[in-house]
Write a protein that binds this ligand. Structure first.
Ligand code: SF4
Length: 685
């Protein structure tokens, strides 16, 4: 790597790849828009990727130009200075709290925020506004895995590391198109497979690009995961391969397990034989499992199998939740979810008291706040009257976005902190605040294996753009809380957060960053990637009251009755070279070449049944909305299932809007929306 390269972290997914960026020799002056140039390479020294990058990371340089950037604060259509914009935000927030109480205020934030930004947002809402109405788009990504971890381990901990994928003899990929959605992890698996002959099984309704390369594809029905894993655990128990000594086992657990696995008998037998024969087994699960009305139960069904077979806390053996976003994990750690306090703490009297003491506040919230879907319902019904959206695009990314757009249109105050001038959500904003984008941000992120890395500044911020933590601190000061938010740099926030993890230890959690509580600015700037908790954070016990892991009794959900009006099952997902609602990848011409438009994938027999032609247009409708897609006939779809990608939106593509279609169904434990398995119908256009 050239000496001038800056080590930073990719903007996109939870793999958290290290990047070596070389910025053009003549940097711009702060605040002066102009051309930018950077060369992107994988960082050979970063433990997540060892120099590898996928197409999205490789083409990050195409996304750093200033086209489309929001460069000034705006009130309505008027460009204003920072003081006017911040005064307006604070005045409206104060008036809302005084008139309607703190629960009339909400923040909807993002796994794109850095940990330092997330920490400040959480502290401002839960500690000083006095409500816990802060939730994050990570609710849409992995909240079910969080809930499953809490139920099984007593804390939200991913119990393994990426290296386990290389040391496993068998990898089960559940609801994960890893080759497209976490490509560098797939590359690591492929390399290990070539070296040691690892068997790979894909458990997914679709024959995805990953499934095509697997040793076995188990094409289960949507939401068939709990039945499959319960039947698998019952089979392993019958073969004498389980041992529940040392586990917390609910009464009747084993008797309640046996069930129809829901897949062909030969597939189930092949899967069971593979599982029985390979003690070194990792089960990686992702959005296909989590985005479900039974997502938490799926996570626990998977974890039950690993716990009961002793396949955890040792090389090559772990249940492994793969997150979607670059800092979904960091957000979880600092309390970005409405149902957690910072540092993995809950809302017991003692925890609330200790957090209030640490922040020196009398305004601490009293209990959990509204999760994403409930938050937008509360905006829609008028009980939330002030919404601040940071670095995310709920008007395009939430399920049933038609409803979400109605809610945003009704909300008396919508503030949007954004890098991009025109987003689906920004169109509803009363106040828009220009925020730093990737390459301007400075702070830390945590990837799916609990590895914390620095994201570093490559370019001066353009126009009036500011860091999210600075923007929030300025509003806090106007609310009279300036002393608690007097940060002058990300390192100061990091030190405070690291010190706060002492509270996690007090309550038996394992999130420990206290060695960093007095880190110098220089050491923070130079901080190398590190993994909190080490390879096996649960090897010496669990964070439950009795120190034992819990098997959780979960039952297969009732299959949704087929409504003749909506006879198909719609699943949504991602393409290899696009990201979320395209607000970054949409600016990279090279990435657009992979898939130029959103395709409705449908089995040939269903296409014939409903009169659809390959390459023609089809209208997909659900009880919530309808969108038009080009048809892609594919025998990779099960009969009765259809698939559309979620990226294309009004603003970025002027095309298909997949998220008009899913309902507001959520997992009852985690509150994660069920983007999969939506009753739907199709017709030619
Ligand atoms: Fe970025 Fe994820 Fe690709 Fe790595 S795998 S380069 S983190 S998008």
């Amino acid at each position: 790597m050239n000496k001038a390269a800056i080590r930073t972290t990719c903007a996109y997914c939870g793999v958290g790849c290290g990047i070596a960026a070389q910025v053009a020799a003549a940097p711009l002056q702060a605040g002066v828009p102009g051309e930018r140039a950077v060369t992107i390479q994988g960082d050979g020294q970063h433990p997540a990727n060892h120099g590898r990058l996928c197409s999205k990371g490789t083409h990050l340089a195409e996304t750093v130009a200033l086209d489309g950037r929001l460069l000034s604060p705006m009130i309505g259509d008027q460009t204003v200075g920072w003081d006017a914009a911040l005064d307006e935000v604070a005045d409206r927030m104060r008036e809302t709290i005084e008139t309607h109480g703190p629960d009339a205020v909400a923040f909807y934030v993002s796994g794109q925020l850095l940990t330092e930004d997330y920490y400040v947002a959480n502290k401002l809402m839960k500690g000083f506004i006095g409500s816990a109405n802060i939730d994050t788009n990570s609710r849409l990504c992995m909240a079910s895995a969080v809930a499953a971890h809490n139920r099984a381990f007593g804390e939200d901990i991913v119990p393994g590391s990426y290296s386990d994928l290389e040391e496993a003899d068998l990898i089960l990929l559940v609801g994960s198109n890893t080759a497209w959605c976490h490509p560098v992890i797939w590359q690591r698996m492929e390399a290990a497979r070539a070296a040691r002959g690892t068997k790979i099984v894909v458990i997914d309704p679709r024959r995805t690009e990953t499934a095509e390369q697997a040793d076995l594809h188990v094409a289960l029905a949507p939401d068939g995961d709990v039945a499959l894993f319960n039947a698998l655990l019952a089979e392993m128990h019958a073969r004498g391969l389980t041992d529940d000594a040392g586990l917390n086992v609910p009464h009747g657990f084993w008797a309640g397990l046996p069930c129809d696995p829901g897949v062909p008998a030969d597939q189930f037998a092949a899967l069971a034989d593979l599982v029985a024969a390979h003690p070194r087994m990792v089960t990686l699960f992702s959005m296909g499992a989590n985005q479900s009305s039974s997502g938490t139960d799926k996570g626990n069904a998977i974890t039950n199998l690993h716990l009961a077979m002793g396949r955890i806390n040792q090389p090559g053996a772990a249940p492994f939740s793969m997150t979607g976003q670059p800092n979904a994990m960091g957000g979880r750690e600092v309390g970005g979810l409405a149902n957690m306090l910072a540092c993995h703490l809950g809302f017991s009297d003692g925890e609330l008291r200790d957090v209030a003491g640490f922040w020196n506040t009398a305004n601490i919230c009293s209990g959990p706040g509204k999760k994403a879907v409930d938050m937008f319902r509360a905006i829609h019904d008028g009980s939330i009257k002030f919404l601040w959206v940071m670095a995310t695009n709920p008007a395009a990314s939430m399920p049933d976005v038609g409803f979400v757009r109605e809610a945003l249109a009704r909300c008396p105050t919508v503030v949007v902190s954004e890098a991009i001038a025109d987003t689906d959500t920004g169109r509803f904003a009363h106040i828009r605040l220009p925020a730093h984008a990737w390459g301007e941000k400075d702070g830390t992120v945590t990837n799916s294996e609990r590895r914390i890395s620095r994201q570093r500044t490559l370019f001066p911020a353009p126009g009036a753009a500011k860091a999210d933590w600075w923007i929030m601190g300025q509003v806090a000061a106007r609310m009279g809380w300036g002393d608690a938010f007097a940060y002058d740099r990300p390192a100061a926030i990091w030190r405070e957060y690291a010190a706060m993890t002492a509270l996690a230890l007090r309550y038996g959690r394992r999130l420990d960053l206290t060695p960093y509580a007095e880190i110098s600015d220089a050491d923070y700037d130079a901080m190398a990637p590190f993994q909190w908790g080490g390879d096996y954070p649960l090897a010496d016990g669990y964070s439950t009251p009795d120190g034992r892991a819990r098997l959780v009794a979960v039952r297969a959900p009732m299959a949704l009755a087929i409504d003749p009006a909506y006879p198909l099952r719609l699943n949504t997902g991602r393409y290899r070279d696009q990201w979320h609602t395209m607000t970054r990848t949409g600016y990279a011409p090279t990435l657009a070449q992979h898939r130029r438009e959103a395709l409705l994938e449908i089995h040939p027999d269903d296409a014939m049944l409903y009169g659809l032609d390959d390459g023609g247009l089809a209208r997909v409708a659900t009880a919530n909305g309808a969108s038009v897609f080009r048809v892609g006939v594919s025998d990779g779809q099960r009969r009765g299932d259809i698939f559309v990608p979620m990226h294309w939106t009004d603003v970025m593509a002027g095309g298909a809007r997949a998220n008009l279609l899913p309902a507001q169904r959520v997992d009852p434990v985690s509150g994660q929306p069920a983007f999969k398995n939506t009753p739907a119908k199709v017709e030619p256009v």
